[in-house]
Ligand binder design. Structure first.
Ligand code: HAM
Length: 418
């Protein structure tokens, strides 16, 4: 029996894995600069948390969750996203009582049973941030700024991304809009493609992000949510735009932007990239002022985003992956006889203790084969351990870039190659 990975999942192998480490370093670095602290929540939660949090009528909850029953007959689900889990932790740990504003970030795998295609997996990875405790629209701009800064530091040019921005207002405003939208759509019901007809009853807003061209045609003159904004929503949305402009972050207003999760209020956004195919959203997020209360906490405003790491990797690859390289070995130690190998093991340990990346031969290879391996590994130096030189406390250090070769005292190798 030959085992295979599950459809929609991937192994991340070296040297590819080094790119992931690099991306994670960028994420951590930027999050630190914005003063977000890492939170790690479990990979699985009660199914009910996601059903309530993300919304029963969403595609994620209605058809994409990996759910199972545990031995205690509890219905559990592998997390399809992390916002609901972060809010659960915030409430369960009473974080609101410890500080008025929590700025949190995460990196990790998520699971959605979607049809796999380029940029869409069943196990994928997200990083994201959640700022819980403030209703200041400047935090919305901060969240967008974090995501854009990370994408820029991944080498994705400003021209290769579009920040699509909308305000999905409040449930009251959405209810008024929905009424008018249904009045508009109802007489044409039978003209919509079958896949979209069910959206009319479930969530007619989703008609705006249909992939069907016929639906787009029918919706061309549909009433838009922004025609129903009140002064409060307008003021907040204007502030988000002013702050983004002050930070020189370009954005496009997209009054048809709807998100695939039900918890959004006010600001909603996505960053899309022409470097990707059909799955062009690099990240998405927005404000979710009602979710903490919905999940049993005290009313607490919040805003956040999450980004798809596989998609960022695809876009960064197209952009040439500047900086996405494996750390090269500082030195490969070349030793053949038992005595040389004993000295090499000792020297390797000393150099590694001093922070250098060092490797040596464990396959009993000839000196020539070991030199070849040093080049294959792109080591900066080869350290040749010759028995007769070792007796005098010396080794030969060869710079594999310039080819220059010098005799060096054993106890000064670290300084030489460091
Ligand atoms: P989302 O839009 O569902 O939002 O996902 C965010 C990002 O995750 C997407 O833009 C995409 O890059 C990536 N993504 C989603 N599904 C897949 C998939 N099947 N394969 C590969 N990548 C995928 C959320 O998850 C919200 N929790 C964001 C948020 C945080 N809102 C407020 N706070």
């Amino acid at each position: 029996m030959k085992y295979q990975r599950i459809k929609g999942t991937f192994d991340i192998l070296p040297p590819e894995s080094a790119k992931w480490v690099y991306l994670e370093q960028i994420v951590r670095g930027v999050m630190e600069r914005f003063n977000y602290k890492e939170i790690r929540t479990p990979i699985f939660e009660m199914t009910e948390l996601f059903a309530r949090g993300i919304g029963e009528g969403t595609d994620i909850v209605s058809k994409e969750m990996f759910s199972f029953t545990d031995m205690g007959d509890r219905n559990l689900t592998l997390r399809p996203e992390a916002t609901a889990s972060v809010v659960r932790a915030f409430t369960e740990e009473s974080l609101g009582k410890k500080a008025p504003l929590h700025k949190l970030y995460y990196i990790g795998p998520m699971f959605r049973q979607e049809k796999p295609q380029k940029g869409r997996q069943r196990q994928f990875h997200q990083f994201g941030a959640e700022a819980i405790g403030s209703n200041d629209p400047r935090v919305d701009a901060e969240i967008i700024a974090i995501s854009v800064m990370i994408l820029r530091e991944c080498g994705i040019a400003a021209d290769d991304m579009v920040v699509a921005l909308n305000s999905v207002a409040t449930p009251e405003i959405r209810a008024k809009h929905r009424e008018k939208l249904l009045e508009f759509v109802e007489p044409m019901r039978s003209e919509f493609p079958a896949v979209d007809q069910e959206k009319i009853d479930r969530n007619p807003l989703r008609l705006f992000d249909s992939k069907e061209s016929r639906t787009a045609e029918l919706m061309a003159n549909a009433p838009l949510l922004n025609q129903f904004y009140d002064d409060d929503v307008k003021r907040d949305f204007a502030t988000v735009q002013e702050v983004l402009s002050a930070m020189e972050i370009p954005f496009e207003l997209d009054p048809r932007l709807v998100r695939g999760l039900d918890y959004y209020t006010r600001t909603a956004y996505e960053v899309r990239s022409g470097l990707l195919g059909a799955q062009d959203a690099l990240c998405g997020g927005g404000r979710y002022d009602l979710l903490v209360e919905e999940l049993g906490g005290s009313p607490t405003p919040a805003v956040g985003f999450a980004a798809g790491m596989e998609r960022i990797m695809l876009a960064a690859e197209k952009a040439g992956l500047p900086g996405f390289a494996e750390r090269p070995l500082d030195a490969f130690l070349v030793a053949v006889s038992d005595e040389e190998r004993a000295a090499a093991v000792k020297l390797a340990h000393q150099l590694r203790s001093k922070g250098l990346a060092v490797d040596l031969d464990y396959l009993d290879r000839s000196m020539k084969a070991q030199m070849k391996e040093a080049s294959r590994q792109s080591a900066r130096f080869a350290v040749l351990m010759f028995e007769d030189e070792l007796k005098a406390g010396m080794v030969t250090v060869k710079d594999l870039g310039s080819g220059e070769q010098v005799g060096v005292a054993l106890d000064t190798v670290a300084e030489r190659i460091g």
